[in-house]
Design a protein around this ligand. Structure first.
Ligand SMILES: [Ca+2]
Ligand SMILES: [Ca+2]
Ligand SMILES: [Ca+2]
Length: 464
């Protein structure tokens, strides 16, 4: 029988298991079937949830057929290790067992999954056959070592100005936010890169899937994906070199225009997209990808109109210094009459570079009018929430369009007001006086029923 000493050795070096099996063999064999079991476990520093491979070899070293043989593998103690017994094939203990001839050897490939951490997983492996003349070599215990401790993730963020794929003098990117998120961290952790571009996170919990990403990278540099980190206590990520490259928008430029400033639903709008390459190298694999936006009022352009620059083909090219005009057309959707606007938002990409240029254009679709009711409020108690007494009472409101006043309204005692019979479209809402919209507030869209007017809007204002 393998002892605890053998089992620990097995955890370190699976080959030791073979030795354990041999060492346990009897000096002289009796006549009859005699299965001998060995096993090799996939090596690793294991984490909860990991899948671990386990190859179990069964040899009949006796001189007779072993009838009704079946195997099992289960965690005897420590972290749970689950295997599916069907992986044993005809050796499954769910069946009638396998017959293994004298001299025959079989290897069963098992995989199992580790449960919640409870120390090293001690896995019991056993293959039974009737009349086995020496049962001491039918049972093995192997240890799957579980990862322990904490991890450090650290590295440098650099803008690869000389294109050699390595950090070079002068390439450090300072002041960027490195964000870490992994199992066991509820919010992402932030480390700001120092003057040498370095960031670090210490005492991180172990994690099968952890991620580092960057925000506020200076100078328009685009950081390249770091990939998934596996924090299993080996300290494999203490010297990351995170490369950043120039954005595609440095060399690829896009403008977009419509043939009119106003349409009716059902009209055909002509769109002109101009692309230019200000760089010294040809750009290939280019495409124009337009976002339908989700409201259904944007122009719909069939992809084949873009030719080689279609989102599907992605075969557009621009020589160094080349300027190219693409002309397409699309129907102004019926829904745009209710929102008062149509348009198109398009990115020009090459399928792999970050920082692709983006352009948008809008036009009016006038005609319908609607009422719009809502509330303006001021966060008196600073809790970030709209509380009962925070409506701005008896204030004069205006709707602006391109800086011009289009409508007036006055709030009631609770800060509510209704703009009456307004042409549908997008407006900027203002409270007259020392107030300005909170930074996150956008335009006030006035839509006609059934798309608009169903509920009240709420816009927050701050001292201006
Ligand atoms: Ca045996
Ligand atoms: Ca470099
Ligand atoms: Ca409040």
């Amino acid at each position: 029988m393998p002892t605890g000493r053998f089992a620990r050795a097995a955890g370190v070096l699976a080959a030791a298991l073979v030795m354990a099996g041999l060492a346990a063999a009897p000096a002289s064999a009796a006549s009859g079937p005699n299965l001998k079991v060995t096993a090799v476990a996939q090596q690793g520093n294991w984490l909860s949830g990991d899948t671990v491979a386990l190859d179990v070899t069964v040899a009949n070293i006796g001189d007779a057929v072993a009838f009704g043989a079946f195997g099992t593998a289960y965690s005897e103690s420590g972290t749970d290790f689950w295997t599916d017994r069907n992986q044993w094939g005809d050796l499954s203990d769910g069946g009638s067992g396998a017959n293994i001839a004298q001299g025959e050897t079989r290897t069963v490939h098992l995989t199992g999954q580790l449960g919640t951490f409870n120390g090293d997983s001690i896995v019991h492996i056993e293959v039974y056959a009737g009349n086995d003349v020496d049962y001491s070599d039918n049972v093995l215990r192997i240890t799957l070592p579980m990862a322990r401790g904490t991890e450090r993730v650290a590295g440098v963020l650099y803008g690869d100005a000389n294109g050699d794929g390595k950090p070079s003098p002068g390439e450090a990117l300072a002041g960027a936010e490195a964000h870490f998120i992994g199992v066991g961290t509820t919010n992402d952790l932030v480390s700001v890169t120092d003057a040498t571009g370095h960031f670090h996170f210490d005492n991180l919990p172990l994690s099968r899937n952890a991620y580092v990403s960057f925000q506020k990278v200076p100078g328009g540099w685009v950081d390249q994906p770091v990939g998934t980190l596996r924090l299993d206590g080996r300290g494999a990520y203490t010297a990351l070199e995170v490369r950043a490259v120039r954005p595609l928008s440095d060399v690829l430029h896009e403008t977009i225009a419509l043939d009119r400033t106003s349409y009716a639903a059902g009209d055909t709008a002509k769109v002109t997209v101009t692309l230019s390459n200000s760089g010294t190298k040809a750009l290939t694999g280019l495409y124009v990808g337009c976002d339908a936006g989700g409201f259904g009022s944007e122009l719909v352009i069939a992809d084949d109109q873009w030719g080689a620059f279609g989102y599907q083909r992605r075969e557009g090219t621009l020589a160094a210094g080349q300027r190219l005009v693409l002309t397409v057309s699309g129907k102004v959707p019926d829904k745009s009459a209710y929102t008062g606007s149509t348009g198109l938002d398009c990115v020009a990409g090459d399928g792999h570079s970050g920082g692709a240029p983006y352009a948008a254009v809008n036009a009016k679709v006038p005609g319908l009018r609607a009422d719009s009711r809502g509330q303006v409020w001021f966060d008196k108690n600073g809790n970030g929430l709209l509380d009962a007494d925070e409506g701005m009472a008896n204030r004069n409101l205006v709707l602006l369009e391109n800086g011009a006043i289009r409508a007036y309204a006055r709030t009631d005692a609770n800060g509510y007001a209704t703009f009456k019979d307004i042409p549908v479209g997008n407006y900027q809402l203002r409270v007259l006086g020392p107030w300005k919209p909170a930074p996150f507030e956008g335009d006030l869209a006035i839509w006609a029923p059934p798309y608009g007017g169903a509920g009240d809007w709420h816009q927050q204002f701050v001292a201006g």
